[in-house]
Write a protein that binds this ligand. Sequence first.
Ligand code: DQA
Length: 143
Amino acid sequence: MNVLVINGPNLARLDIRDSSIYGNLSYPQLVEYISKAASGLGFTADVRQSDDESTIIGWLHDAADSKTPVIINPAAFTHYSYAIRDAAAMLKGPLIEVHLSNPLSREEFRHTSVISGVATGTIGGFGPHSYVLALMALKDLKA
Ligand code: DQA
């Protein structure tokens, strides 16, 4: 089964982000990690990244049309993009919000997620393993 994994702004530059928060994997390594974990669980993961809100909204529209399950790390859009929230609300399949870090243990502006309210569930704080936990949850939902 296909799963769309969407990564939001600045995640393609994990190589230069704060490794004490986001870990030591580069973005290409993260993609490989997610893809391998997905295929081990019987999924084909289409892993994408964009810094652009409208691109992410277009991907969500397509996933709504095709009823594809979505795992999304909306990155900073988590905290203020009502447009991504509205697009996510149109999805027919499960939506799992993931974060590498635990936003609730960080700055106050990160304590708000405008996405969580339309997500099936949220997983954060486990580094790249957050995505694996999301895939496991998705597998369980589909079983
Ligand atoms: C993040 C947390 C967000 O607050 C931040 O803006 C990001 C990454 C995470 O994966 O921990 O860019 O979504």
